[in-house]
Design a protein around this ligand. Structure first.
Ligand code: HEM
Length: 210
């Protein structure tokens, strides 16, 4: 019989889990912090936040190998996990069973949201370099449409839920929270992190609104 370590799905599941934490989760936290600086106004945001990032050495390589590739691998294997199991949110009425189902559903929603977000903010700048010079103004005009604002708010909150609920379930699968008490304590910490990140994310979004 194969031991877990010789089972490719076991190893891929671990890799998927690690990629969700770092670099994907780490980048999400950095990205929210970066955008929370919108509240300092267009000049600061365009010159000191976006300008600083765009001046980094090997930026394209970092974007491809530290952000895009890990996200694509996590999302790709996430879709494989999704295809291999069936959700049963109604069968067991426990909160964590519902959250487990929502974790998978939010993954698909985030994927669609990210395709739009990256298209609007990164791909579009290839044809329209003017957007790069004033990303603050670009985000401001996008977020001034109520539907797009709602879309961003939903994408933001789902991404934070997905990361924080993922952190809670990761601790079980990596054997870090083995007792019910440890799982409850970790749950409260994950909820606190989710609240903090949501406040920072919404603060950042509101910074673009005139
Ligand atoms: C903001 C981007 C994302 C972050 C920060 C993130 C983070 C995480 C984390 C930390 C986990 C927990 C891993 C574990 O339980 O071991 C996870 C699980 C998962 N993620 Fe993501 N993820 C992101 C995007 C996506 C996308 C785009 C998909 C596409 C389908 C996806 C699908 C999944 C699935 C299916 C699971 C496993 C659910 C389960 O069976 O327990 N994720 N993610």
């Amino acid at each position: 019989m194969k031991t877990s370590i010789h089972n490719p799905h076991f190893l891929l599941r671990r890799l998927h889990s690690l990629l969700g934490l770092l670099p994907v989760g780490g980048f999400l936290v950095f990205h929210l912090w970066e955008n929370s600086q919108s509240r300092f106004g267009p000049l600061h945001y365009n010159e000191h936040v976006v300008g600083w990032l765009q001046g980094l050495n090997y930026l394209l390589l970092m974007e491809l190998f530290v952000i895009a590739l890990p996200l694509l691998l996590h999302a790709g294997y996430g879709l494989v996990i999704l295809r291999s199991g069936r959700g049963n949110p109604g069968t067991y009425p426990w909160l964590h069973n519902r959250f487990h189902w929502l974790q998978r559903l939010s993954g698909v929603a985030i994927l669609l949201f990210l395709l739009l977000h990256v298209g609007w903010t990164r791909i579009l700048t290839i044809w329209e370099p003017g957007i790069k010079a004033d990303l603050f103004g670009h985000m401001q005009s996008l977020l001034s449409h109520p539907l797009i604002f709602l879309l961003y708010l939903t994408g933001l909150l789902l991404s934070i839920f997905h990361l924080c609920n993922g952190l809670w379930s990761m601790a079980i699968s990596w054997g870090l929270t083995t007792s019910a008490q440890a799982q409850t304590h970790w749950f409260y910490l994950c909820c606190a992190l989710a609240l903090m990140l949501s406040a920072m994310g919404v603060h950042g979004m509101l910074g673009f609104i005139p």
